[in-house]
Structures are given as structure tokens and as C-alpha cells.
Design a protein around this ligand. Structure first.
Ligand code: HEM
Length: 505
């Protein structure tokens, strides 16, 4: 009996300390559920279930545009708040969460770095190769890969009655970004399937003796499971750090997949470096070619590898999932499909991306898909600098995690009436608020560096699919239904059952 007194006393003191801490929480004045002053457990629970974004959205519906979601985090769903959180000039640094996006070799990359000056330098060195103007040089690669993807979708429909477009778009986007980053496509479209290989916790490539083709397949397999692994990395960053020493399967696999992806990036960049050394005057251009030119300002090779890895991970699932939802949403609405198919059918045979930029309905469809089915709709947290800052009339002390989520910005019923409805025509004459609230690519100084590439891929692939298959429709084979397409959101979003069956005819 007496044995219990001391532990109970300590527990009581501990709870009292937490209670007092909550009452003195510097974010107490911010609206939010009562428990968010004391704990982030509820938020974590929804995160682990892939429902954090919709939970935070519900909090906005109850508490308004500014919500305290945990003792140290505040989410903003207003345009003014988003502009402050994601500023171009004197931007807030990314929050601690981004340390989990560090690449396998430990070197910083443009996506994960939290240092504002380091970021500005990386961004300056990387930007010109991936600008709208420079991408004209690689447009033919996107055309070739999209053509093959659409052919494969047609073939799979002929053979099995329906094609899983999610799979083909992942192969498409992975092949494109692989070729543009490493100078060598993964050729996933040609192979048409990913061989899954069981990996033990300590099986890393350098010692595995896997062939190149196995490594590529493992790479794509790792990419396909990226979203769930990111969930674990963000939720338990400290355990992941120990995962190389302690064999806990869930954590070690999350750790090992990053190591494998880093190892593949390292070898591929090394191979490309050898190609440049062999043909210094005429190497196959990639998004990194300029950085190997000794006469120009460059970055250390470890950072080139880290950025290559960031491009591959940021540039494959995102584009593939957007295309998947686009095709599904269009095929469900015969009038939308017919209007889109007619617009792309009227193009000249040798059309270019420049022609596609001028097609009104195609671009409205893309904008609406990126609104309702944003591929990265979750929170994008930033850390308030030590001096603190006022946002939307609330004082945010230094160190607070302030964030926005496209999921909420894109569902404001005042800005987008009937927000859950897929209605491309709402973009015919968009209001200023519609344009300002639309942020599928993030915003400010950290806006997506690959957005022009992504938009080019979306325009070209959509055009090719609906020119070749103007009557494509959603399949009901193998029990496929709307439930399969329920959005699961960790950092990235994907359809619940990771498939999307379409009859391409
Ligand atoms: C539809 C496709 C895409 C979507 C929806 C998307 C979305 C986003 C979002 C929301 C961010 C901001 C992340 C943050 O603030 O934490 C971002 C950043 C980034 N994206 Fe994309 N992205 C797409 C395609 C691509 C592609 C094709 C690439 C290939 C290069 C890419 C590379 C990056 C990189 C490197 C960053 C970090 C930029 C920086 O911090 O300066 N993305 N993307």
C-alpha cells in the first residue's frame, strides 16, 4: 500500500506541472479545442490514421481561420495568414519536421534544409535548369514517355478489361524524373511491373550484390511506399535515428528504404559524372548538368546527390497521383470528358506544350484537380523566428510552428462555392481570392521548384490519354468503386487502395 504512495505522488505532481504549463501556454489566447493547450496526442492519433488534414479542417469549421492544434502549433486557413507563413521576402524557416527529410548521405538538399541562406543558394543554382524556358529542351522526353504510358493503358484494357492508371502514371512520372535527373530512365514503362524483393533490416545495396535492374525495381518499390514511410519518419523522428542500431521492423524498413534510395542516387550521379568525363562537350543534358561544369559556380557532389534524391521523391508520386485523380474525376462526368476530349482532338497532329498552354478547358481541368485532389495537401509548417510575429491579429511567440494546409485553403466555401464538387468551369473567370487561395505547390520562397515540369507532364499526359481514348470511363471490374479513391493523407496524398481502374476505349 505504502509502496504506491510515492509513485502516485510523483504522478500527481507531474500531472499538476502539465496542467499549469497548459494554463500558462503562450498560445492560450488562440482559438482551438481545450485539450490542444496540453497535448498533441489527438493530432498524432489523426496523423497516424492519415486523417490529420481533415481533422484540422473540422477544427477550422468550428473555431475559425486560426486554430491552435497542439501546445506549440497553429494552423492558418486564411489567405492573409498563408501569405505571412509562406513569405517570399524574409521567409520563416521550415520547421523542425523537415529534418526528417534529410537525405541518406546526411547532406542538405533544397527541400529539407531549414537554413534560409543555404536554401537560397541551392535554389539559385538549381532554378535555371528547371525553369519554364529551359524545360523546352526536355519536352520531347515527356512526350515519348506519355505516349508509351497511354499505349500501355490501352493495351492493359484490351487484355484485362481495365487498366490501373495509377500504376502507369507512377511509371510515367518516375521514368521522366529519372531520365531528367540521372540521364537514364528507369524504363518502368517498358518493363511494366515492379518486382518486389523482400528486404531484411540490414540489407543495403552496396553489399547486396543486386543487379542494376533489381535495384531500379527496388527503388520504384520504395517510392511506391514513400507516403507511409514518411508517416513513420515524421511521427517518430527520434526512433528512426536509432533504427540503424535497433531492429524494430517498422522503423528499420523506413530507415533502410531511405538508405537504399540514397545509395541508388549516389551511384547514378556517379555514372553520369563518368559520362560527362568521357564526352565533356556533348553530355546528355539533365537538370544537374550545369553543376558539373568546373567553370561555373557549383555545389559539392554530396549535395548534388542529395538534391537528385529530393527531385526523385518530390517529383514522382505527386505528379502520378494528380494524374490519377484527374483521369478518374474526368471519366466520372461524361459532359466534362466530352468537352475535354473535343478540345484536345482539335489540336494539330504535331502539337507542342506551347499549344496546350492555350487550351482553356484542359487548364481548368488541371487547376480544379490540383484544388480538390492536391497531391501534397497536408500541413507545411514554418518556425516563427525568435523575435515573434503577429499573424492575422494573433501574436505568435518565437519558436511556434505556424502552418497552412492546402486541404483547408482549397475547401473554403466562400472562395470556392460547393467546394467538394469537381467543377473545372469555376476557373473560367477566377476571382483574385480563388487564385490566392490555390496553393497546391506551396508558396513563397519554398514554392515547388518542379511546378513547371509537373504542369507540363499533366498537360501532355492528359492530352494524349483523351486524344487516344476519348470515351475512357471508370471501371467496375474487380470491385473497383469510389471507396477505392478515398484520400489518405500523410505528407503526400494517395487513394486508399492504391489503384484506379479505367476502361480506356
Ligand atoms: C503535381 C505535382 C507536384 C505537386 C502537387 C508538388 C507540390 C509541392 C509542394 C506543396 C511543395 C512545398 C513543400 C513545402 O513547403 O514543404 C513542393 C516543393 C518542392 N517540390 Fe514539388 N510538387 C509537384 C511536383 C514536383 C516535381 C515534378 C518536382 C521535381 C523536381 C518537385 C520538386 C520539389 C522540390 C525540390 C521542392 C522543394 C522546393 C524548395 O523548398 O525550395 N515537385 N512541391
Amino acid at each position: 500500500m505504502y509502496i504506491l504512495v510515492l509513485p502516485l505522488l510523483l504522478l500527481g505532481l507531474w500531472l499538476l506541472a502539465i496542467f499549469i504549463q497548459g494554463l500558462r501556454n503562450p498560445l492560450s489566447h488562440v482559438p482551438g479545442p481545450w485539450y490542444s493547450k496540453w497535448t498533441s496526442m489527438v493530432l498524432m492519433y489523426h496523423w497516424l490514421r492519415g486523417r490529420r488534414a481533415s481533422y484540422v479542417n473540422c477544427l477550422h469549421e468550428t473555431h475559425g481561420k486560426v486554430v491552435r492544434i497542439s501546445p506549440s502549433e497553429v494552423d492558418f486557413a486564411s489567405i492573409s495568414g498563408a501569405k505571412r507563413v509562406h513569405a517570399f521576402v524574409r521567409p520563416f524557416p521550415k520547421a523542425r519536421m523537415y529534418d526528417t527529410f534529410r537525405s541518406a548521405n546526411g547532406a542538405v538538399n533544397v527541400f529539407g534544409t531549414r537554413d534560409v541562406d543555404v536554401h537560397a543558394r541551392h535554389r539559385r543554382l538549381l532554378s535555371s535548369a528547371i525553369s519554364e524556358a529551359s524545360l523546352k529542351n526536355v519536352e520531347h522526353i515527356v512526350h515519348q514517355r506519355a505516349e508509351l504510358a497511354v499505349e500501355k493503358i490501352g493495351l492493359e484494357t484490351k487484355q484485362g478489361g481495365a487498366a490501373d492508371v495509377m500504376k502507369w502514371w507512377l511509371y510515367f512520372s518516375t521514368d521522366v524524373i529519372g531520365e531528367l535527373t540521372f540521364g537514364d530512365s528507369f524504363r518502368m514503362l517498358e518493363q511494366g511491373k515492379v518486382r518486389t524483393i523482400s528486404i531484411y533490416w540490414n540489407t543495403l545495396w552496396p553489399s547486396s550484390g543486386m543487379s542494376l535492374i533489381h535495384r531500379k525495381n527496388q527503388y520504384v518499390h520504395d517510392l511506391q511506399n514513400l507516403a507511409q514511410r514518411v508517416r513513420i519518419r515524421i511521427a517518430f523522428p527520434n526512433i528512426i535515428k536509432l533504427a540503424s542500431y535497433i531492429p524494430l521492423p517498422l522503423f528499420t524498413e523506413a530507415y533502410a528504404s531511405v538508405q537504399r534510395m540514397g545509395s541508388y542516387a549516389e551511384q547514378s550521379i556517379h555514372r553520369y559524372e563518368n559520362i560527362i568525363a568521357a564526352q565533356p562537350n556533348n553530355p546528355k543534358p539533365t537538370l544537374f548538368t550545369k553543376l558539373f561544369n568546373v567553370n561555373e559556380e557549383t555545389m559539392p557532389k554530396a549535395n548534388i546527390v542529395a538534391n537528385a534524391q529530393a527531385y526523385i521523391t518530390a517529383g514522382s508520386d505527386t505528379t502520378a497521383h494528380t494524374l490519377t485523380y484527374l483521369v478518374w474525376a474526368v471519366c466520372r462526368e461524361p459532359s466534362i470528358r466530352a468537352r475535354l476530349a473535343k478540345e484536345v482532338a482539335d489540336l494539330p497532329d504535331r502539337y507542342q506544350d506551347e499549344d496546350l498552354k492555350a487550351l482553356p478547358f484542359l487548364n481548368q481541368v488541371i487547376q480544379e484537380t490540383l484544388r480538390l485532389y492536391a497531391a501534397a495537401p497536408a500541413h507545411l509548417p514554418r518556425e516563427v523566428p525568435p523575435a515573434g510575429s503577429e499573424i492575422d491579429g494573433y501574436w505568435m511567440p518565437g519558436g511556434t510552428d505556424v502552418q497552412t494546409q492546402a486541404y483547408s485553403m482549397h475547401r473554403d466555401p466562400i472562395v470556392y462555392p460547393a467546394p467538394e464538387q469537381f467543377n473545372p468551369s469555376r476557373w473560367e473567370a477566377p476571382s483574385k481570392d480563388m487564385k490566392d487561395a490555390w496553393m497546391p505547390f506551396g508558396g513563397g520562397a519554398r514554392v515547388c521548384i518542379g511546378l513547371h515540369l509537373a504542369l507540363m507532364e499533366l498537360r501532355i499526359a492528359t492530352t494524349k490519354l483523351f486524344r487516344m481514348h476519348p470515351n475512357a470511363r471508370v471501371s467496375t471490374l474487380r470491385g473497383f468503386c469510389d471507396d477505392d479513391m478515398e484520400q489518405v493523407i500523410y505528407f503526400l496524398m494517395y487513394p486508399k487502395n492504391k489503384r484506379c481502374l479505367i476502361q480506356a476505349s
